[in-house]
Design a protein around this ligand. Structure first.
Ligand code: SF4
Length: 487
């Protein structure tokens, strides 16, 4: 089979975004900086913090990593006891500073800053309507729509204006919102993206993953419930439930790949779920071999589960270079497997002469997986058996995860045997959808698994086809590859 996929696209799903917020801490901006540092894996393109001293909201944001953007000097310009922060990978809108978050505006209700994890499926429609009524947008981000709706609201209170605006958007949204004197956390009624609430002394913390709480010494209290608007102010906590009941659709891929294994998301340990996926995979796709080798870091937990269950020893046969920047100078002279070698290097003493089970969490286009298979074989492996701890990805995500368009997903266009042949593997086995859902047991009905099934819990309007990020998912004729289906 020919390599039909060019090497210009990253061959991994892109993390979406991470949000953090804190109320009632004397060093709110510093705590937010640390929280974002822990959430860096969820977005590496830009980061920002907004803080309020009770009278004024100030903001700082830039392109790049959290640690590169903020230093003591930058944080000293963000005084006050309330802050929110964001790390971003662009899912809707281009990668540029005007799309970085938080977004801060000043309007009739006063200053408001917002951070968003997720993707709004009706943003284009709302945006067109707002523009036709005179709104001027500053960015290409879907999140800005919420602020325009807020600014136009005639509601008497800030809470009512927020409720009115978030009630008009559809899709995935976990939000941290900052006003002059309060922090507001919102989670969409389907609960696509995680959002947790914690305590740090007298302060309250909200964040995408609990690993951010661990770093600052906060304790997890509970998840923000799907459909909940939680207002945190000097008067304490007030929970509002403005949305009509909706089927839950928590993103199963948070457990498969996105979230850090030391986090709890949707009330479950990511490490436990991910390791269990490996155990189930070993039962579903057994193979005689000498070593189980994870593709680091994403395949490590599942490989441990696979090794546990199969009794085949786990060995770190691939070592990852953790210091790879986003760009590097490629030598003009060709070096075999160069692109992958920069990130991974095989350990010959582990691989040479062995039958290897290579465990990873997903295959997107297959090009990177094939390079890794070739690299393992070049290091002397006698056989290479690829095992994937999720089902074949056959459909794009419309809820805040940057998947390529359907035509670029290898599993959408090829049979299992064709993919195996493309990877040049001796065998290939995916986890079944049933196996994946069994790892979250009793809550299986609460999860979205649309990228494996093509069945979408939130249908999006037909003219969404022109919408920024959704446009990435179109085939060459400009059509959505598959009609979304409402559950
Ligand atoms: S389509 Fe896939 S990646 Fe997107 S929310 Fe659903 S499970 Fe998550």
């Amino acid at each position: 089979m020919q390599d039909q996929f060019p090497d210009t696209f990253p061959d991994k799903f892109k993390d979406e975004c991470g949000v953090f917020g804190i109320f009632g801490h004397p060093e709110a901006a510093n705590m937010t900086y640390l929280g974002l540092y822990a959430l860096q894996h969820r977005g590496q393109e830009s980061a920002g913090i907004a803080a309020s001293d009770g009278g004024q909201v100030r903001i700082s944001r830039d392109m790049g990593y959290v640690a590169d953007i903020f230093d003591g000097e930058a944080l000293s310009h963000l005084p006050g006891p309330i802050a929110i922060g964001h790390v971003r990978y662009s899912t809707a809108g281009e990668s540029k500073l005007s799309n970085a978050q938080p977004i801060l505006i000043d309007c009739a209700h006063g200053q408001i800053a917002i951070c968003h994890n997720g993707n709004l499926v009706n943003a284009r429609e709302l945006r067109d309507e707002l523009v036709s009524q005179g709104s001027i947008f500053q960015s290409g981000s879907d999140t800005e729509v919420i602020l325009h709706l807020y600014a136009r609201s005639r509601a008497q209170s800030i809470e009512d204006a927020i409720v009115e605006s978030v009630s008009q958007v559809q899709g995935a949204f976990s939000l941290a919102i900052l006003t002059r004197d309060r922090l507001i956390a919102v989670r969409d009624p389907h609960g696509f993206r995680p959002l947790a609430l914690g305590r740090l002394g007298d302060a309250y913390v909200v964040c995408s993953e609990t690993c951010a709480m661990d770093l600052i010494g906060a304790t997890y209290e509970r998840d923000i419930a799907p459909g909940e608007v939680l207002v945190i102010s000097a008067d304490g906590l007030r929970s509002i439930r403005p949305f009509p009941p909706a089927p839950l659709a928590q993103c199963i891929f948070e457990h498969v790949y996105f979230a850090r294994p030391d986090s709890y998301v949707f009330g479950r340990s990511v490490n436990e779920v991910r390791t269990e996926l490996g155990r189930i995979l070993a039962r579903e796709q057994p193979i005689a071999a000498d070593v189980v080798v994870p593709v680091p870091d994403s395949g490590v937990c599942a490989a441990m589960g696979f090794a546990d269950e199969s009794g085949v020893p786990l060995r770190m046969g691939l070592i990852r270079n953790h210091y790879v920047g986003r760009t590097f100078i490629q030598p003009q002279q060709s070096i075999r497997h160069f692109g992958v070698k920069v990130k991974l290097n095989p350990v010959r003493s582990i691989l040479d002469g062995r039958r290897v089970i290579l465990v990873d969490d997903s295959i997107v286009r297959g090009t990177t997986s094939r390079k890794i298979v070739r690299m393992v074989r070049a290091a002397g492996a006698k056989e290479v058996h690829v095992r994937i701890s999720c089902p074949p990805t056959i459909s794009p995500c419309f809820y805040g995860v940057d998947t390529p368009r359907k035509s670029e997903l290898i599993a959408a266009t090829h049979t299992l045997e064709e993919i195996r042949e493309f990877l040049e593997a001796d065998s290939l086995g995916y986890l079944s959808l049933e196996g994946l859902l069994s790892a979250v047991q009793s809550e299986r009905q609460s999860y979205c698994s649309s990228c494996y099934s093509g069945i979408y819990p939130v249908a999006f309007p037909r003219d969404e086809a022109t919408y920024l990020q959704l446009a990435l998912k179109l085939d060459k004729l400009g059509r959505v590859d598959k009609e979304p289906v409402a559950k």
